[in-house]
Ligand binder design. Structure first.
Ligand SMILES: Nc1nc2c(ncn2[C@@H]2O[C@H](COP(=O)(O)OP(=O)(O)OP(=O)(O)O)[C@@H](O)[C@H]2O)c(=O)[nH]1
Ligand SMILES: [Mg+2]
Length: 321
């Protein structure tokens, strides 16, 4: 658990550096959502109906979603009624607090415990959201932390998918278990599990398809992969990580419900936050699902995967005035 403690100078510097970089990475969001909110709330406008309407519109256009926007707005207008907020700056601060309190419970980075071995991570999500890239970034990070990692190329639907994972694996010098295009995905995972156990690898990460001939076909395949893992490791997969593209907006919620039913989702990774002017979907997902947000993806490079830290995200989205 995160114990509150006083950061020393080096840690403060490091945090500022990280924050600066996250803010840089979120440049597109900064130009859209952040600037809109700053213009609205860091000026000298009166706290009237027109202002609250504009604020609501800004939140909705940033993908915060209707339910979560209403929740945040109610929090703010209640405080205004109680005369706790006297000007727009105070509203800005209240919005920061409101967003942070939604996000904070979802700050649960993926920690790989000492046991069990192997620790199996199954990565799912619709096509193109960034599964394979996220796997590469995650594998790279785990390897740098001294863990041995094996990859399973269980997206056998698309010819290029296996090659893409192999290319990353070669670059990162990490073993990958693969078969030919069209092979049974569950059989690939079965092989990969045996190889992982034989090599005593710490972690197995399973890449899966994002598309099949039908959505039902995809869900059946994922269920089968899950069953195969459970046959060898009854408590596996130890993490079912759903990858979502932060730019897809409210659609992310329906994606979650499909995958949740098929594989049980234990954590989320939100990718491409560097490329969206919105950035509010995280807030909606946090409030509506309460699921752990394990990672955020902020670029295509191997080190562009961050643990989700609620305060850091709020500070990058709405910088302290
Ligand atoms: N800017 C940006 N691009 C990303 C990020 N994550 C992934 N991408 C890019 O998104 C594209 C799709 O990523 P993939 O990792 O191939 O996605 P996938 O989910 O494996 O796709 P399928 O295998 O087709 O299901 C690639 O061009 C990635 O480089 C991110 O955080 N930021
Ligand atoms: Mg892929």
């Amino acid at each position: 658990m995160n114990q509150p403690r006083h950061p020393n100078q080096t840690e403060t510097k490091r945090a500022t550096g990280l924050l600066g970089r996250l803010r840089d990475k979120l440049a597109v969001t900064q130009r859209g959502f952040t600037r809109g909110l700053s213009d609205l709330l860091l000026g000298n406008r009166a706290l009237d109906g027109a202002l609250f309407e504009e604020l609501e519109t800004l939140l909705l256009s940033a993908d915060v979603g209707m339910d979560t926007t209403r929740f945040l707005m109610k929090g703010i207008t209640d405080q205004v009624t109680r005369k706790e907020l006297k000007d727009t700056r105070a509203v800005y601060q209240a919005l920061r607090r409101g967003i942070l309190s939604i996000l904070a419970p979802c700050q649960q980075p993926l920690a790989i415990p000492a046991l069990p071995r192997p620790f199996v991570i199954m990565v799912v999500g619709v096509n193109g959201v960034g599964k394979t890239t996220t796997i590469a970034k995650l594998a790279n990070r785990l390897k740098n932390n001294g863990l041995s990692v094996t990859l399973a190329a269980a997206d056998t639907f698309r010819a290029a998918a296996i090659e893409q994972l192999k290319t990353w694996a070669e670059r990162l010098d990490i073993p990958v278990i693969a078969q030919h295009t069209g092979a049974d995905a569950a059989a690939v995972v079965h092989d990969a599990l045996s190889a992982t156990v034989a090599r005593k690898s710490d972690v197995l990460i399973v890449d899966t398809a994002g598309r099949q001939h039908t959505q039902e076909g995809l869900m059946d395949e994922l269920k089968k992969i899950r069953r195969v893992i459970k046959k060898t490791l009854p408590d596996g997969p130890h993490e079912a990580l759903l990858v979502l593209d932060a730019g897809t907006g409210q659609n992310a919620l329906s994606q979650l419900s499909h995958f949740r039913e098929a594989v049980g989702v234990s954590g989320l990774a939100l990718t491409k936050l560097d490329g969206t002017a919105k950035g509010g979907i995280l807030i909606a997902m946090a409030r509506l699902t309460g699921l752990p947000i394990r990672f955020i993806g902020v670029g295509e490079g191997a080190d562009d995967l961050r643990d989700f830290i609620a305060q850091e995200y709020v500070d990058a989205l709405l910088p302290p005035p």
